[in-house]
Every structure is written in structure tokens, then in C-alpha cells.
Write a new protein. Structure first.
Length: 222
């Protein structure tokens, strides 16, 4: 295994661990049992990578063919289950672990897509998808609107980090440098968005408000 492949695998496993913790924290907060916690850990930590591998033809996906992914997910779930009070003392634990996992996966996903010959644009998009896939599935399983559709700069941060990796590859920069820069940019954007409420423009008239306006119009007509 080459140095780059080893580095990508380390990033992949690191992203799996921190995303699995975010899934386990959410499961504990929703009062799921131990099995539910482990399921949500595996889903959060691995579904983004599974989708990426299926789309680029790297089958069977690494998360299903390499036992280390399952081991890391189970370990994260058990740590959270038995040491929840300690993990939960971290400031905004779910959001911060999510930001770290997003950074790992965006960088590793983009690099793996590059290795499989995807174009720069598609590689960046696959990096973003790797970062958001597990979180989307995690939130759907607990009946929440996925964070990627409502959180500040979630997918944008992943796309920015993946874009740095792709740009570095196009410029011939060492992978370690572009990966570090992309990961820091992704994490930094998410952290600042969480800290200061940065977000993309949203519609000012909510569906509820629109319904109220329409109701008043109907009442006026009568």
C-alpha cells in the first residue's frame, strides 16, 4: 500500500470514528438502547463512504470488506455508551464531532475519487457526498430533517475542503499539504458557522407565515 493510500485509509478511519461518536451521541440523546446506539454509530460513520465507493466502482465498499471500519464504529459506540457523561462535557459535542468527521471524509473522499480517475469537479462533489452521506442517513433514522438541509455551511464546508484537495492535485502539490489545508478549511468553516451562525441566504417568508398571509387574504375576500 502506497503512502497516499495509507494516509487516505487513516483519514477514512478517523472520519469513521468521529462520525460514529456523533451518531452514538445522538442515539443516547434519543434514549436508544445499546443495539440502537451501535447501529446509529455504524450508519453515521460508514454510509457516506459506502455510497462513495459504490458510485466510483470500488466494490465491495471498504466499510463492508475491511473489519477495521466495523471495529472502529463499535468502539466509538461503546465509548459513548459507557462514558457518555465525559464525552457530553465537550462543548457542543455532536456539532464538533460532526465537523471533524466532515473534514476527514471530505478530504479522503475527494482523494479516493481522484485515484479512480474522476474529473476534478466530480471528485470534489464525491468528497462532499462522502462527508454528508452518513449524517443524512443518521438523521433520517431518528426522524430529523438532515443537518445538511438546515445547518450553517454544512455541505458548503465539505465542498470547499474537497475542492482544496482537488486543486492541490491539479497543481501538483504534495497530498499531505492539500489534505491538511482542505481539512482545516472544512473544519474552520463549520466551526465558525456554529460559533457565529454563518449560513447561506434563506427565504424570509416561512411556509407557516405564507399560510397565515393566504388565510388573511381569504378572510378578506369573504
Amino acid at each position: 500500500m502506497t503512502t497516499i493510500e495509507t494516509f487516505v485509509r487513516v483519514l477514512d478511519l478517523g472520519g469513521t470514528f468521529v462520525f460514529a461518536i456523533s451518531g452514538a451521541l445522538l442515539a443516547v440523546n434519543r434514549r436508544l438502547d445499546l443495539f440502537g446506539i451501535l447501529v446509529l454509530s455504524f450508519v453515521a460513520g460508514n454510509f457516506g463512504g459506502i455510497v462513495r465507493d459504490v458510485l466510483i466502482g470500488a466494490v465491495p465498499p471498504a466499510a463492508l470488506s475491511d473489519g477495521r471500519y466495523l471495529l472502529v464504529s463499535v468502539l466509538a459506540g461503546l465509548i459513548t455508551f459507557f462514558l457518555y457523561s465525559g464525552v457530553d462535557r465537550l462543548r457542543s459535542p455532536v456539532a464538533l464531532f460532526d465537523a471533524a468527521g466532515l473534514s476527514f471524509f471530505a478530504v479522503a473522499g475527494a482523494q479516493k475519487a481522484i485515484e479512480f480517475g474522476l474529473s476534478p469537479v466530480m471528485a470534489a462533489l464525491l468528497g462532499m457526498l462522502t462527508g454528508i452521506g452518513g449524517g443524512i442517513t443518521r438523521d433520517i433514522l431518528v426522524a430529523e430533517v438532515p443537518q445538511v438541509l438546515r445547518s450553517d455551511l454544512y455541505a458548503v464546508a465539505a465542498l470547499a475542503g474537497a475542492g482544496i484537495v482537488v486543486s492541490g492535485d491539479q497543481l501538483g502539490l504534495p497530498y499531505g499539504i492539500s489534505a491538511l489545508a482542505g481539512g482545516l478549511l472544512c473544519f474552520g468553516l463549520r466551526f465558525m458557522a456554529i460559533r457565529y451562525g454563518w449560513h447561506l441566504p434563506v427565504a424570509h417568508l416561512s411556509a407557516q407565515g405564507r399560510a397565515g398571509v393566504e388565510g388573511r387574504k381569504d378572510g378578506g375576500d369573504n
